[in-house]
Design a protein around this ligand. Structure first.
Ligand SMILES: Cc1cc2nc3c(=O)[nH]c(=O)nc-3n(C[C@H](O)[C@H](O)[C@H](O)COP(=O)(O)OP(=O)(O)OC[C@H]3O[C@@H](n4cnc5c(N)ncnc54)[C@H](O)[C@@H]3O)c2cc1C
Length: 816
């Protein structure tokens, strides 16, 4: 057995498919001084018993990217590393039972086509040509994915490990990591075979990730589910068909019934994600064992009976087969079901590649992404959907993780409708006026745990979950959202906005430092401005509002979900000898947005503040005897202010403004209306319109670049891009849409070619238009160009707008 080296550049903890792929990709990137430590044999965790399905389907752009990369890698991996590999590309048929499901499929077909994959929709009569044993009478259609397949997970892991070893990396088996300490800016890991020092460490410990995380002081947000599949004996009819056809059946996924059914030799494998699911190792009477290597849970057939019966009705030949074996194994879940890949929050030189529910099909892509994080500190694709920093400390609570994990598992194949707010794990962080706005009809959704009003229902409105099961713009919410938007346009609206992330930066040198890390100018004291943070490639890392209180004293305000991400970015760029401090004061403050032409009159009744101060200024003042910072900005694009208060004063200030506002027609409005309002102004949304998939120049943010500065993060790359010219450019489109506005990553077409993608879309109630923001090939980005946008499979005409807001283009209302 290989001996444990005393040092390595990177140590990966965990030898499942993901750990092995991480090692392989690090070695491929030239980082061969890397060691993988596995406490048992490779594959001892979830990997050995996985079914090995390798779908490319995902309704998430970045996860589809990862899975597509995996499928491509697996095709040639056996040859590439000279290791036997059972990888069958069988294709798959994903069944749809409803109009809405078919729309989901069509959207994925569009995304797939953009990524170079030829997915297709099958009509019910076409399905039987692919899958002759299928009952189709109650189906609306299917999605055909020719790239879907299955791989032997153990062979995959061994092949990746072999490839990595061949390049010089090391795998040490039977070597559990039992402790970790930081010494001289290095990690020292303890194992029964001795200690190893390393520069970077990666937690790839699968369902043991929480335990491994604790060694680094990190509480990984996750839980463990039991997941089963059933193997059936040979079915003579299937054997005869398969031999004659010369291939296997495509994998079948009945997503509305929630299972997959795969041909396994001449029998079948049925794997349900059952509603009445079971979490493990979450109660005192079911403790997590120290070691569960190569073990399974007891079979639990009862939970699967409904699914078996349903599958037999769908594919009657299954009813003739005997059940030969069951597999019931642990599968980890993060609260949103996506894995954790990226920097370990709050821990230096440490990364995570763990908590995979689909770690076989994602291992290839995940290894690529992880290796980029470690070797370059950034990734080719924007990977926010998998970034560990998308969760903050509230999400590590075990009850929360269990509630969310059970919800996701029980709805593994659910459609994620835009007006459906998942109910589990709610009310983690409540605004002090939560009950007040709830009484006004608020329908809530959490942002970094903070419950925010999305829209306000009136008595009698259908607020059931069933009503939200649609992609359509219209529903019980639409007349309410419209009324909220029009109240903001014609009178005033107030939106309670708890959880805005807020960092206080104070001390000598703070202003000069800020200037060196943002692309634009630092606002003067008393003013507020938007700042863009670019990486060394000029890509958009984040956007924050800079509220300048004094020289070397300011607040940076950013999206609720950006809290840990943005704080880490700032801390990473802070010089070690800096004399200024950066403090996260998010929990101490809150914010209410007051917007609309009557907002000045309302404020005049409750404060002595100077309400003639212009747009982009701020001032300290009092309302109801409480201090607040009154900030003259409006994301809604009307005359308006943000009221930044101490969190404990939220209610007093809200009550005073609310009472004063009644005679002025003040209405509460929610995040849905705010999104409709902001898109009419072309204001970008975090991690939709603003992401590392685009540079600051592509994002159309030229006016936020101060070229006269000596240097700033990303300047060299942006300067080069400016000289060469951008390849694609941010545009606002008005779409002749039907029932739905363009979702994120809808494909843009021109003359039959793919020419761009949307980054967000919504209906503008002030303009009466369907609006999309997006990225378009630069030569087409001029105003008036006609393109088409593909929305749920249909193409709609869209017109490029002039580079100015659709609503109030000269900002007269904003500056009134
Ligand atoms: C029944 C079932 C079917 C599945 N089918 C599929 C499928 O068809 N397709 C798909 O994509 N996914 C499937 N999955 C999920 C898949 O198995 C996992 O997502 C995947 O195996 C995760 O791989 P991993 O490398 O992240 O973790 P693991 O395979 O769990 O590997 C983690 C490793 O870390 C090691 N380790 C833990 N602690 C330490 C320590 N302290 N020191 C050193 N080593 C340590 C463990 O021994 C283990 O080998 C299925 C899961 C189940 C339960």
């Amino acid at each position: 057995m290989a001996e444990l080296p005393t040092t390595a550049r990177v140590v990966i903890i965990g030898g499942g498919a993901v750990g092995a792929s991480s090692l392989y990709h690090l070695a491929k990137a030239g980082w061969t001084d890397c060691v993988l430590l596995e406490k048992n044999e490779l594959t001892a965790g979830s990997t050995w018993h996985a079914a090995g399905n390798v779908p490319t389907f995902s309704s998430s752009w970045s996860i589809m990217n990862m899975q597509r990369y995996s499928a491509t890698l697996y095709r040639d991996l056996g040859k590439l590393v000279d290791y036997p590999m059972n990888y069958h590309v069988t294709g798959s048929v994903r069944l749809g039972h409803s109009k809405e499901r078919l729309r989901e499929f069509k959207r994925v077909v569009g995304m797939g086509r953009y990524q170079g994959m030829d997915l297709d929709i099958l009509a019910p009569d076409e399905m039987r040509s692919k899958y002759p044993f299928l009952e189709t009478h109650d189906l609306t259609g299917a999605l055909y994915d020719p790239y879907d397949g299955d791989i032997d997970p153990a062979q995959l892991t061994q092949a990746l490990a072999k490839g990595a070893r061949d390049m010089g990396a090391k795998v040490i088996r039977f070597c559990p990591v039992t402790a970790a300490r930081r010494e001289n800016d290095e990690w020292v890991l303890t194992t029964p075979q001795g200690e190893i020092r390393c520069e970077y460490v990666v937690n790839a410990a699968g369902y043991y990730a929480r335990e491994v995380g604790k060694l680094f002081g990190r509480d990984v947000p996750m839980m463990v589910m039991s997941h089963q599949y059933m193997l059936f004996d040979t079915i003579p009819e299937l054997e005869a068909w398969s031999k004659e056809a010369g291939h296997k059946l495509p994998l079948l996924r009945d997503v509305d019934s929630s299972y997959y059914l795969r041909q396994e030799k001449y029998g079948m494998n049925l794997g349900p994600y059952e509603k009445h699911c079971k979490a493990h190792w979450v109660t005192n009477d079911d403790p997590m064992p120290e070691d569960f290597s190569f073990q399974l849970f007891p079979d639990d057939l009862e939970r699967l009976e409904w699914y078996l019966n349903d599958a037999v009705e769908r594919v009657p030949i299954l009813g003739t087969a005997g059940l030969s074996k069951m597999i019931n194994g642990p599968i980890p879940y993060a609260p949103d079901g996506n894995p954790l890949i990226g920097p370990m929050p709050g821990v230096p030189n440490a990364f995570e590649a763990c908590v995979f529910t689909f770690g076989i099909c994602q291992a290839g892509g995940a290894g690529k992404v992880l290796a980029e994080w470690v070797t370059e500190g950034q990734t080719e694709w924007d990977m926010w959907s998998c970034d560990p920093r998308r969760y903050t400390s509230f999400a590590s609570d075990q009850d929360y993780c269990v509630a969310k994990g059970m919800e996701i598992y029980g709805h593994e194949y659910a459609m994620h409708f835009p007006k459906h707010y998942w109910p589990a794990g709610r009310d983690r962080k409540l605004s002090p006026i939560h009950d007040r706005i709830k009484a006004l009809g608020a329908q809530f959704k959490p942002y970094n745990g903070w419950e925010r009003a999305m829209w306000y229902a009136k008595p009698g409105d259908d607020i059931s979950e069933e009503a939200t099961q649609t992609w359509d713009r219209k529903g019980p919410w639409s007349p309410r959202i419209e009324a909220e938007c029009l109240a903001v346009r014609d009178a005033a609206g107030i939106l309670d906005l708890p959880g805005f992330s807020r960092f206080r930066v104070k001390g000598p040198g703070a202003t000069a430092w800020l200037s060196s890390i943002i692309t634009g100018k630092v606002p003067k004291p008393g003013r507020i401005g938007l700042a863009y943070f670019a990486d060394d490639k000029g890509r958009i890392v984040t956007e924050m509002s800079v509220m300048m209180l004094d020289e070397d004293f300011f607040f940076l305000i950013t999206a609720a979900t950006a809290q840990w991400h943005d704080l880490e970015w700032l801390r990473k760029l802070k010089p070690t000898d800096a004399s200024f401090t950066i403090d996260d004061v998010t929990e101490a403050f809150s914010c209410q947005i007051l917007s609309g032409p009557a907002s000045r009159a309302i404020l005049a009744e409750v404060t002595d503040a100077d309400l003639t101060k212009p747009w982009l200024t701020h001032q300290s003042c009092q309302i109801a005897g409480k201090w607040l910072q009154l900030v003259r900005v409006s994301f809604a694009g009307e005359l308006g202010w943000e009221l930044h208060t101490k969190i404990e004063d939220t209610a007093d200030i809200f009550d005073a403004v609310w009472a004063a506002g009644q005679k002025h027609g003040l209405q509460p409005f929610g995040m849905e209306a705010l999104d409709c309002l902001r898109i009419e102004k072309g204001y970008r949304a975090w991690k939709g319109d603003l992401s590392t998939d685009y540079t600051v120049l592509q994002g159309g943010l030229d006016r936020f670049i101060d070229w006269s500065k000596d240097d700033f993060n990303g300047k060299a790359a942006l300067l080069k891009e400016k000289q060469l010219g951008v390849s694609k450019r941010f545009v606002t489109l008005v779409v002749d849409a039907g029932d739905c506005d363009a979702p994120y990553m809808s494909t843009l077409w021109h003359d039959g070619a793919v020419v761009g993608e949307t980054t967000s879309g919504n209906w503008g109630y002030r303009t009466g238009k369907s609006i999309a923001l997006g990225m378009l090939r630069a030569d087409l980005a001029g105003p008036g160009t006609q393109v088409e946008v593909e929305i749920f499979g249909d193409r709609f005409k869209a017109t490029v707008q002039p580079d100015q807001p659709l609503w109030d283009p000269s900002n007269e209302r904003l500056k009134a």
